[in-house]
Design a protein. Structure first.
Length: 337
């Protein structure tokens, strides 16, 4: 058998993942996260009057109990698995994005009349639609995340992500393929509505400012602190910052097994939607004691526990939704029916 095409696709996906500036896991964004993390730990030591030793900083950045944990090793496997799967899933989502965009424009034309070309300078219309698409991404992310916690069938797939017992940037890849497909299409739907509305507003196709097809505002967040949300670094935004932006501590609290933290902080970069819909929890300035994962899951970090069991459990939820026909009920129950 000839596996050359498969290998070419796989390594092509790896290249996009690490070397595309717009990638959520680009080497530039990882390097920036490493720099900010090292600077943060160095600042903490200097603030306490301690000597600055790079060996100490290195141990703080990469604690052995995290690097060698089974959870982290499983996340590495998820990275390679989802690099291949996501290419197929994203292709399905793009189709719905274009379809919904065209439908949105047609609907607006039907209701409000023909498109009127905008007199705004190009950089203004591009700036506005860039902001619109970023906000639609954040809203779609929040809504998908909220649904995944509230709908039992969806939770079976999303809790794979919450099974991580340690958090590293690799934990981003700890997601079930079904969850990835739902997530990609919800994002495509929300972005398509914003794109269709923007194109109608400006009377022409307006393109966002982007790097490698990724919204430039999102790229800036990815290159600052988004990677640190899945980490052991406690950086908590307070006051109005904590109501606008999702700090690393915000998201670490979201992974907590403490009931007071359940169903909080669903946002990606912005805490605005959490603030608006009452799901915001602003972490304390000092580190709160947190534990991650599920203590009662012996199959965590296994193919059975993370890929097969969610399908079985989700099927069980669907089965409960199917009403029993009168013919399958016992005689006494059929008579009551």
């Amino acid at each position: 058998m000839d596996f050359s095409a498969g290998f070419a696709f796989f390594f092509g996906q790896l290249g996009k993942l690490f070397f595309s500036l717009g990638s959520h896991f680009s080497l530039t964004s990882l390097g920036a996260a490493l720099f900010f993390a090292a600077a943060f730990f160095a600042w903490q030591r200097l603030k306490r009057g301690r000597r600055l030793r790079w060996r100490t900083i290195w141990r703080a950045l990469f604690p052995k109990h995290i690097v060698h944990s089974k959870s982290n090793q499983a996340d590495i496997g998820y990275l390679f698995f989802n690099v291949f799967v996501f290419g197929v899933v994203f292709g399905w989502a793009v189709l719905s994005y274009q379809f919904i965009t065209n439908g949105m424009i047609s609907g607006l034309v039907t209701v409000f009349g023909p498109v009127t070309p905008s007199t705004l300078p190009g950089y203004v219309s591009r700036g506005i639609i860039t902001a619109m698409l970023f906000l639609s991404y954040e809203l779609g992310y929040w809504f998908n995340h909220w649904l995944s916690h509230k709908v039992p069938v969806l939770w079976e797939f999303h809790k794979v992500h919450h099974s991580a017992e340690v958090l590293t940037p690799l934990t981003n890849f700890r997601v079930h393929p079904v969850y990835t497909w739902i997530f990609a299409n919800i994002l495509a739907f929300s972005a398509a509505i914003a794109n269709g509305l923007g194109n109608y507003m400006f009377g022409d196709t307006a393109y966002q400012y982007a790097l490698s097809d990724t919204n430039i505002i999102l790229v800036l967040f990815i290159h600052t602190y988004v990677h640190l949300q899945h980490s052991h670094m406690w950086i908590s935004f307070q006051g109005w910052l904590g109501r606008v932006f999702v700090s690393p501590a915000h998201h670490q609290v979201h992974h907590s097994d403490n009931p007071k933290h359940f169903n909080k902080n669903f946002g990606s970069c912005l805490a605005l939607w959490d603030w608006m819909f009452g799901t915001l929890y602003i972490p304390q300035k000092e580190r709160e004691p947190l534990k991650f994962g599920f203590a009662d899951n012996p199959d965590a970090h296994t193919v059975k526990g993370e890929l097969v069991d969610p399908l079985v459990h989700a099927a069980g939820h669907f089965k409960k939704l199917i009403p029993k026909s009168a013919a399958t009920l016992p005689v006494a129950e059929r008579e009551r029916a």
